[in-house]
Design a protein around this ligand. Structure first.
Ligand SMILES: [Zn+2]
Length: 116
């Protein structure tokens, strides 16, 4: 059983008391480049998701409490929640260190895009 504690209002509940919004930190291509979206970029946005065995970053909504969205870092093997952080925040370095290198590459690519 997955037990989640809302980091906003403190309500604790089972998985069914919350709504999983899927993988976190997905950027809609039209947000960055509305004029030049390639078919591949749109396909990746809609269908391609990471599915790591281990640490994963997800979006969750507190359905029976405050109704706010938040990020959770969860181990997909043990189902343990390793930490929470705000919906507009990147994962804390302590959580990112535990994740698969593909997540580090993901955030480095986002930083590169932001700088260019
Ligand atoms: Zn809440």
């Amino acid at each position: 059983m997955l037990v989640i504690t809302c980091p906003v209002c403190g309500v604790e509940g089972e998985e069914a008391d919350f709504h999983c919004g899927g993988e976190a930190h997905i950027t809609r291509p039209a947000t960055e480049n509305p004029e030049g979206i390639s078919d591949e970029a749109q396909r990746d946005y809609i269908y391609m998701r990471k599915n790591p065995k281990g640490v994963h970053f997800e979006r969750w909504r507190c359905d029976r409490g405050c109704g706010k969205w938040f990020h959770a870092c969860r181990d997909t093997v043990s189902m343990e929640i390793l930490g929470y952080y705000g919906i507009t925040q990147k994962p804390p370095a302590t959580l990112l260190k535990k994740a698969d290198p593909l997540w580090q590459a993901h955030f480095e690519a986002q930083l590169k895009k932001a700088k260019s």
